[in-house]
Design a protein around this ligand. Structure first.
Ligand code: SIN
Length: 328
């Protein structure tokens, strides 16, 4: 295909292991976000036959350091690229640790028009058998493909395509660390072509505006055997919202639930999610949410429930029933 006929893909780099370099200090030691985007692209043969690429370095961090400010910059940039008629698709390179949170955030604040593909790697760019180059090749091929449009931001890892609301990093190691435990992957790449296993669906949660100014503080509290309410009482005077990473069906000890109820009584939004990694936290199942002032997270994991709660609170939604409608 002549170069001018190739799709135009914008590539936004943020760092992560895909841009990581080994330090040599100990076996496996490396620093995420070390290499510039030009070096990542030069390691992927054949990209120039897939698309015309314009690359930008938005950040150079491990994704544990992706914060609300970076989210704002990234989301505004992607929104501008979505509105740019000269751009056909967008690829974001990102660390894998918080990749699902960024993907889910973008799925809530962007129009689902052009393909947006987030991609990372589990092995640093300088490692033997680095997975970044193949992932990046597939991400560009996916972003350049018309069938990737209308599905919201997609995550490409290890030849697999995942939807933003479902995808989750399920393992600390291994190139197959990503799964979509509540719905299965959306498809897979084969020989540079996407093969989707289902039609594009509607967003699972309502679209929100990106917060203007400070984001509301929402913290996550982990439940475990014998947890008391001390941490929750501490957070209640600081946070606008608390997400419970609960045991089982989003549950916690009587002491922790009582502390959450006290916080709800003070106007803190309380969302119950599960720490189990999959499944659904249903309203009023084991815990009487309506009576205690809580919101059930449904299928969102705690870190994604936090994202949705921040956006809802920033939009001025504070009432329990209205928040519950947003979570589904
Ligand atoms: C990070 O999230 O930046 C480090 C880990 C990774 O990218 O796999």
């Amino acid at each position: 295909m002549p170069e001018a006929a190739l799709p135009s893909i914008a590539l936004l780099a943020t760092g992560g292991t895909i841009a990581g370099a080994q330090t040599g200090q100990s076996a496996g030691a490396y620093r995420a976000g070390s290499l510039p985007v030009e070096q990542l692209l030069s390691a992927v043969p054949g990209l120039d036959r897939l698309a015309r690429l314009q690359a930008e370095q938005v950040a150079s961090v491990g994704s544990q350091n992706i914060g609300l400010d970076t989210w704002t910059v990234l989301a505004e940039r992607v929104a501008a690229l979505c509105a740019d008629e000269a751009v056909d698709g967008i690829v974001i390179t990102h660390g894998t640790d918080t990749l699902e949170e960024t993907a889910y955030l973008l799925s809530l604040v962007l129009p689902w028009t052009k393909p947006v593909v987030l991609v990372g790697a589990m092995r640093p760019a300088t490692a033997l058998g680095a997975d970044g180059p193949a992932n990046l090749y597939n991400a560009v091929a996916l972003a350049a493909h018309p069938q990737a449009a209308g599905r919201g931001p997609l995550v490409l890892m290890n030849d697999e395509i995942h939807e933003a609301s479902l995808v989750q990093k399920m393992s600390a190691n291994g190139v197959d660390a990503f799964e979509s435990p509540n719905g299965g992957r959306a498809g897979a790449m084969h020989a540079g072509e996407p093969h989707f296993v289902r039609a594009a669906g509607a967003p699972a949660h309502p679209r929100h505006a990106l917060p203007q100014g400070a984001w509301p503080r929402v913290d996550i509290v982990y439940a475990y055997a014998g947890v008391d309410g001390a941490l929750i009482d501490f957070l209640a005077s600081r946070a606008r919202g608390i997400v419970l990473a609960g045991v089982g069906d989003g549950n916690a000890s009587d002491a922790a639930l009582q502390a959450l109820e006290r916080a709800a009584g003070q106007g803190v939004a309380i969302v119950r999610a599960t720490r189990t990694g999959s499944g659904r936290v249903g309203r009023n199942v084991e815990v009487d949410d309506d009576a205690r002032g809580f919101i059930a997270a449904g299928e969102l994991n705690p870190q994604k429930a936090r994202v949705l709660l921040m956006l809802a609170l920033a939009a001025g939604v504070v009432e329990q029933a209205a928040l519950q409608r947003i979570f589904g």
